[in-house]
Design a protein around this ligand. Structure first.
Ligand SMILES: *[C@@H]1O[C@H](CO)[C@@H](O)[C@H](O)[C@H]1NC(C)=O
Ligand SMILES: *[C@@H]1O[C@H](CO)[C@@H](O)[C@H](O)[C@H]1NC(C)=O
Length: 388
């Protein structure tokens, strides 16, 4: 019983064979077929290679959503150098949470006396940053590349000062502050800030206002976790003024960003900035407090950036599609060409045979004058002309 079953199933399976074998004797090969085959193989090879390249390449997918993350804090990463001694200036953050001007941030900026003049290495790094930023503002596709390569503008990538003996005429403020995730204002002004219950004040030492110098360089200014691939619009910013009573204002619009790339996976922030600078001149109606102000607001949208790869099975599906499709198409082309060849050849053959008939016709007439010497003519006209 069992054996019979197996035999029957074998038969059924045999009938299901989609690849009927044709004996080689019945297979005709032609030179046109060969040519088409060679072209087909070349086309398939080319397409398969390009498909592989596409598969190995990754793409950036951008999306956006409403920001539903209320509880996180906002981290501000700062590395700026101001052309004044550290004793003279102070930096702090005010945020607009609750009772306006309370000290609601944690963390402290390190103050480091330095020289405002850059070393040649720092200058070239600065130039690189500025070039990248400029290119970025002109061509968005560069952003994809930055994400893919994980270009990092972190201050740690900046060359350190090596020369000593320079005049320490400037102050480098660097570090991270953490505040509430609300709009706020980070600023650097004259005097150390001292908190008091109703806000804070900057205790201005007795410095001659003529010695104020808010020329500054921003090596890094970012929000959230620093992520490779994001070049912040203020990184590499350099402002030099020869006016002592100068106000620099940066209006910043922060966009929360979720980054998921090969180089990084983080929840961070990007921003856009517009800037304004003016000189205080009470006589001309330009009032204010000298200093550098970063006023920031948060966008309610969150942008997601994801590096996507095609799964391997998709590559397989596409490869099968390419190979099968090209093969089937080439089959059609081959039979079409065969058909055309046949038609042309047949026409030609017909034409030829017609011509030979026409050629044989004068022979037909000649035959009456000449003796029937040619056996070919005799053979061809044996039925019609036998009067001789
Ligand atoms: C501030 O310092 C920079 C760099 O040292 C200098 O070029 C500029 O003239 C100074 N400005 C004032 C007002 O002293
Ligand atoms: C600052 O520089 C400008 C030219 O760039 C000059 O006209 C002006 O007099 C300078 N001001 C001071 C205070 O040196």
């Amino acid at each position: 019983m069992r054996r019979l079953n197996r035999k029957e199933t074998l038969k059924v399976v045999k009938e299901l064979d989609a690849f009927p074998k044709i004996p080689e004797d019945y297979v005709k090969t032609t030179s046109t077929g060969g040519t088409v085959s060679i072209v087909t193989f070349i086309v398939i090879a080319g397409l398969v290679i390009s498909e592989f390249m596409y598969y190995l390449d990754s793409r950036m997918k951008y999306g956006y959503d409403v920001d539903t993350d209320f509880n996180t804090k906002l981290q501000i990463n700062i590395d700026i150098t101001v052309a004044m001694k550290c004793d003279y200036i102070g930096a702090d953050v005010l945020d607009s949470a609750g009772d306006s001007a309370m000290f609601k941030f944690s963390g402290k900026l390190k103050e480091e006396p330095t020289s405002f003049e850059m070393t040649p290495q720092q200058r070239s790094w600065h130039k690189t940053l500025q070039t990248v930023r400029k290119a970025l503002s002109e061509e968005h596709a560069i952003q994809d590349l930055l994400f893919q390569t994980g270009f990092s503008s972190k201050p740690t990538n900046q060359p350190q000062r090596v020369d000593s003996g320079k005049k320490l005429d400037a102050c480098r403020l660097h570090g991270s502050l953490t505040t509430n995730k609300v709009a706020g204002n980070f600023h650097v002004t004259i005097g150390k800030s001292i908190p008091h219950p109703r806000g804070h004040a900057h205790l201005a030492l007795m410095i001659d206002p003529n010695n104020y110098n808010f020329s500054h360089r921003i090596d890094h200014f970012s929000y959230g976790t620093p992520v490779p691939g994001i070049v912040n619009p203020l990184d590499g910013d350099l402002k030099v003024t020869n006016e002592s009573l100068q106000i620099y204002q940066y209006f910043i619009q922060i966009v929360p960003t979720k980054v998921k790339t090969r180089a990084a996976k983080a929840h961070t922030h990007q921003y856009a900035v517009t800037e304004r600078e003016r000189v205080i001149n009470h006589g001309a109606g330009s009032h204010g407090v000298t200093g550098i102000f970063f006023k920031y607001e948060l966008s309610s949208l969150v942008i997601s950036v994801e590096e996507v790869y095609d799964p391997f099975w998709k590559l397989l599906v596409r490869l099968c599609g390419i190979v099968g499709g090209v093969f089937a198409t080439s089959g059609i082309i081959n039979s079409l060409m065969g058909l055309i060849m046949d038609v042309v050849c047949c026409r030609f053959n017909k034409f030829k045979s017609l011509k030979t008939e026409e050629e044989s016709l004068p022979g037909h007439h000649l035959e009456t004058d000449q003796p029937p010497s040619s056996p070919g003519i005799l053979a061809s006209s044996s039925s019609s002309s036998t009067p001789n």
